[in-house]
Design a protein. Structure first.
Length: 192
C-alpha cells in the first residue's frame, strides 16, 4: 500500500521494530491541502505534526509594515510544524501555508505525546528532528549576519534545489532577506 510505503520510509523498518510500526503508522491521518490553504494560522496553537508526502509549504510572518516574509520551506519527507507552539502550547506568530497542492500525514498533539512517552525509538527520532531543526535555524540566523545574499542563495540551492525549482521567486527572495529584483540579478550572475 502506497501510504504504508511513505510512512515506512519516514519510520524506517531498520530503526523501528515491526511491533512499533504497527502501533505508530495507524495513528497518522492522511490530509490533503489545496494550494494557498493554511496548515496553521498566526494566533493559533500548533496542534499537529505534519509529514509531507507530496507538495510544498512555507512558513511566514508579517513584518511591522505588513509584508509577509518567508521563514522556511517544507517539502516531501519533511515535517511542517511550529515546534515552539507545538511543545510549549502557546499561540504561534507564524503561518504555514500550502504553496502547491499537498498530501500530508497528520499526528495530533495528544497522540504524539502518547507515542513520545511510550516508544523510545519514536522519542529518539523526535529529538533528532527537533535538534536538526534547531541547528538549521541557528545556521540560517548566522548566515543572515555573516553571508552575502548570493552565498545564502547558493546555500539554499545546494541544500534544497527542489525548492528553487518549485517555489516563486518572491517567496525565495523574502526567505533570503532580499528583493525579487536582487534575486533575479544574483540568478543571472550565477548563470553567466
Amino acid at each position: 500500500m502506497q501510504t504504508d510505503h511513505f510512512l515506512n520510509n519516514i519510520f524506517s523498518p531498520t530503526t523501528f521494530s515491526e511491533k512499533e510500526l504497527e502501533v505508530i503508522i495507524p495513528k497518522f491521518k492522511k490530509v490533503s491541502f489545496s494550494k494557498n490553504e493554511y496548515l496553521l494560522k498566526e494566533g493559533k496553537i500548533e496542534n499537529h505534526y505534519w509529514f509531507i508526502e507530496s507538495g510544498f509549504a512555507r512558513s511566514f510572518v508579517n513584518d511591522t509594515k505588513g509584508n509577509d516574509i518567508t521563514t522556511d520551506f517544507y517539502s516531501q519527507g519533511e515535517i511542517a510544524i511550529d515546534w515552539s507552539s507545538f511543545f510549549l502550547r502557546n499561540p504561534t506568530r507564524e503561518n504555514i501555508q500550502a504553496i502547491t497542492d499537498m498530501v500530508c500525514w497528520q499526528l495530533d498533539f495528544d497522540t504524539f505525546q502518547e507515542l513520545f512517552h511510550s516508544i523510545e525509538t519514536f522519542r529518539e527520532q523526535g529529538r533528532r528532528k527537533l535538534v536538526g531543526s534547531y541547528f538549521a535555524l541557528k545556521n540560517q540566523r548566522v548566515s543572515f549576519i555573516a553571508d552575502e545574499a548570493k552565498d545564502r542563495y547558493l546555500q539554499l540551492l545546494k541544500e534544497k534545489p527542489h525548492v528553487i525549482k518549485n517555489v516563486s521567486l518572491q517567496h525565495i527572495a523574502t526567505y533570503l532577506g532580499i528583493t525579487k529584483y536582487s534575486l533575479s540579478r544574483i540568478r543571472k550572475e550565477i548563470a553567466s
